[in-house]
Design a protein around this ligand. Structure first.
Ligand SMILES: C[S@@+](CC[C@H](N)C(=O)[O-])C[C@H]1O[C@@H](n2cnc3c(N)ncnc32)[C@H](O)[C@@H]1O
Length: 264
């Protein structure tokens, strides 16, 4: 199946669309929901602290609109774009009457349907893993930003996949030995090594202006989740405290969600 068709199916009502609306409900206590709410909150806080009133802000891959819902009562010109019509319908529902003042467009991150240099801030949370080419998506984000504009881009860190899964860690070590280090994994929705993300940034003219890392995700064995509830939440809290005693690079290498702030 074509890459884009896979993305549409993944974020349709028949598959994950409703999950991406429900994950932001405050009573959803699985560890991923908690970490995604933190991702939303860090992003919203950054926008509120750094973007002046009247700024043009694009939520690219807006999903069910969790960020737009938080920002819609602030004095910004918001636009939401998503590739999935079902996700956009959910965003309209979540926004209620606020949808009247927020254009919600169907479009994709590798061909953003806006003029170059028309936006002050692009938010792109958990979307680039679904782009066929990360480089293309980042270049499109760069192009729609005004000079001096900001992008907040997040992805899930592939090292975390093996950090929280001892069986996957051993398998990965064997694969690297026998596949001569060639372990490129280009599947839709994949987690990404930080080095790959930064390599793509270097192909654009973006400057990295800051970064945050959030959480350590579910506890897994051979890629099967064995805890996403209380035990995983406790383990995330414990690792957060433990790794804060070590150099920041270790926390960054192991953390699940990476938030990167970019400047044009
Ligand atoms: C993991 S969800 C994240 C949604 C939202 N940003 C959030 O933080 O909850 C990824 C979103 O990206 C959208 N998407 C997938 N491929 C896309 C593409 N090529 N261009 C734009 N949006 C895309 C999906 O429809 C989905 O709504």
């Amino acid at each position: 199946m074509q890459w884009k068709q896979q993305a549409l199916e993944r974020f349709s009502n028949q598959h994950d669309a409703h999950k991406w609306a429900a994950i932001y409900a405050a009573d959803n206590l699985n560890v991923e929901a908690i970490n995604f709410r933190k991702r939303r909150d860090v992003t919203v806080q950054y926008v509120l602290e750094h973007m002046p009133a009247g700024a043009d802000i694009l939520d690219l891959g807006c999903g069910a609109g969790p960020v737009l819902v938080e920002l819609c009562n602030h004095p910004y010109n918001l636009i939401g774009i998503d590739y999935s019509g079902d996700m956009l319908r959910l965003a309209r529902k979540q926004l209620g009457s606020a949808q009247n003042k927020i254009p919600l467009l169907q479009g994709e991150c590798e061909a953003i349907p806006l003029s170059d240099a028309s936006i002050d801030c692009v938010l792109c949370l958990g979307v680039i893993s679904y782009a066929e080419s990360i480089e293309n998506a980042l270049q499109n984000i760069f192009n729609v930003l005004r000079p001096g504009g900001t992008a907040i881009v997040t992805y899930r860190n592939s090292l975390n996949d093996i950090f929280m899964d001892p069986v996957a860690l051993i398998k990965q070590a064997f694969e690297m030995l026998f596949r001569n280090g060639d372990h490129a994994n280009r599947t839709i929705g994949r987690s990404i090594p930080r080095s790959e993300f930064l390599q793509n940034i270097r192909k654009t003219q973006f400057k990295v202006a800051g970064e945050h890392q959030i959480g350590f995700g579910t506890l897994r064995l051979n890629r099967r989740v064995i805890s996403d509830g209380r035990m995983a939440i406790r383990l995330n809290g414990f690792l957060h405290k433990l790794l804060s005693f070590f150099p920041n690079a270790i926390y960054r290498a192991m953390a699940d969600v990476h938030i990167i702030i970019l400047k044009k």
